[in-house]
Ligand binder design. Structure first.
Ligand code: SF4
Ligand code: SF4
Length: 421
């Protein structure tokens, strides 16, 4: 069984994790720093600190941005510690009804499809559609949703319903499966359209596995380990049915990629059997973020080289690609072939999305960090802001609106797809 103290005891208190910590930047307190979290969690295990509302509030304030893990000289998995602490909080206090309802949708695609359809037809009742931002703006103030807030709009047809399961190229040498992620399936469907267009341009066979389920990230980051494990098993069993046929499973989303390629491994190692680990390992090596795979395993960069650059783009590094996998140069290498990149002051600073709890019960934290990022983007002379993550898209769109900057958000695949025939 996982023990907090085994990790906490490896902390040498160097403090390298503190300056870049997202929650510490907006709440500069030792208790809300990676080093502080490690001490507190050890204290809980040793019975010195009680799991109470203050503890709940503290562990729920971490953005799970992974900055601490990236810079720690001992690579301590503070994110994994926090996820386990949230499980303890969930065991004691339960999980709020609206999160449980959302996780039910994640477990059952038919239910999410139905809600998405109803959302599409009825979203204008409480929201105003802002097509340019791919968003809906709240007309009223509701609990946890203030008037004027932007949320992703629902689409008439989801990505998974829009395309056939197999799209075959002529004499293709490669075949990939697309794992689309919930936000790009239900809301930002242009991301999947762009990926399909690019893969067709590259003459690659495409498989769109229709029974894919959510990666489980929203549940895992909330301490709902039952839903997490259910989704891991369901997806592994399904991926096994086609994994030998494909060269890669491509994911155009940083958080889903990190969840499947890194967090599933941590979870399976600690909570599931050796047999599940063995089955998972056969899949893990074939999972890639899209720009990483396109950059490393195709000639896309070369084929984009004569394109006209009439767009200025500032690129935000989604934490779950930049900090988790050091994927920073790959999206820039591709985007810079079709647009001019204008770097912002610190592309690595977290956008402040933070997950379902921070977006609902702790939106004041998302707001503070979101405004820091939005002001940084506003200062750049660019037409477009880009990131390989729909959660970043949602948070950045809301906060650019708040600071009065009208830069458009485009996923790097959308920028590239606009330039190919
Ligand atoms: S994951 Fe991010 S917010 Fe959480 S402790 Fe680490 S650096 Fe701070
Ligand atoms: S960087 Fe790692 S070792 Fe240093 S204080 Fe932070 S958690 Fe501890």
């Amino acid at each position: 069984m996982f023990k907090f103290s085994e990790i906490s005891d490896l902390c040498i208190k160097c403090g390298k994790c503190i300056p870049g910590c997202t929650i510490h930047r907006i709440n500069p307190d030792e208790a809300t720093s990676p080093r502080g979290f490690l001490d507190i969690l050890k204290g809980v295990e040793e019975g010195e600190i009680e799991i109470d509302k203050t503890f709940k509030d503290t562990v729920e304030s971490c953005f799970l941005c992974n900055q601490c893990v990236e810079v720690c000289p001992n690579s301590l998995p503070t994110d994994f510690m926090i996820e386990n602490a949230r499980k303890k909080v969930a065991d004691k206090y339960g999980i709020a009804w609206f999160k449980r309802a959302f996780f039910f949708l994640l477990r059952h695609r038919w239910a999410y499809d139905l809600i998405s359809k109803l959302g599409f037809y009825f979203q204008t009742c409480g929201f105003k559609i802002e097509e340019e931002k791919k968003s809906i703006r709240s007309r009223f103030s509701l609990p946890m949703l203030h008037k004027g807030r932007l949320l992703p709009a629902f689409r008439k047809t989801t990505f998974l319903k829009k395309y056939p399961e197999k799209i075959e190229a002529k004499n293709s040498q490669k075949k990939v499966a697309i794992f689309i992620g919930c936000l790009a399936n239900y809301n930002y469907t242009e991301v999947g359209d762009a990926l399909v267009k690019i893969l067709k341009f590259l003459n690659i066979d495409i498989l769109i596995p229709k029974k894919q389920a959510c990666c489980g990230a929203p549940a895992y980051f909330t301490g709902d380990f039952d839903t997490t494990e259910y989704l891991i098993k369901k997806n592994i069993e399904y991926f096994e049915t086609f994994i030998d046929e494909v060269d890669a499973i491509l994911i155009p989303e940083a958080t889903c990629t990190a969840m499947i390629k890194k967090d599933w491994e941590e979870y399976i190692r600690h909570y599931m059997s050796e047999d599940w680990l063995k089955r998972y390992k056969k899949i893990q090596d074939k999972v890639f973020g899209t720009t990483e795979w396109l950059y490393k395993y195709t000639d896309l960069e070369e084929r984009l080289k004569d394109k006209q650059k009439d767009m200025k783009v500032t690129y935000h590094d989604a934490c779950h690609f930049g900090k988790v996998f050091n994927i920073r140069k790959e999206p820039r290498a591709l985007v810079s072939k079709v647009a001019t990149i204008k770097e912002m002051e610190d592309p690595d600073v977290c956008c402040g999305f933070g997950g379902i709890t921070i977006q609902s019960e702790k939106f004041d934290l998302a707001r503070k960090e979101g405004l820091i990022k939005a002001e940084m983007i506003k200062k750049v002379d660019a037409d477009v802001v880009s990131a390989e993550c729909s959660a970043c898209r949602m948070q950045i769109t809301e906060h650019l609106d708040k600071v009065g900057d009208n830069k458009k958000f485009l996923h790097p695949l959308e920028i590239i797809a606009q330039k190919i025939d």
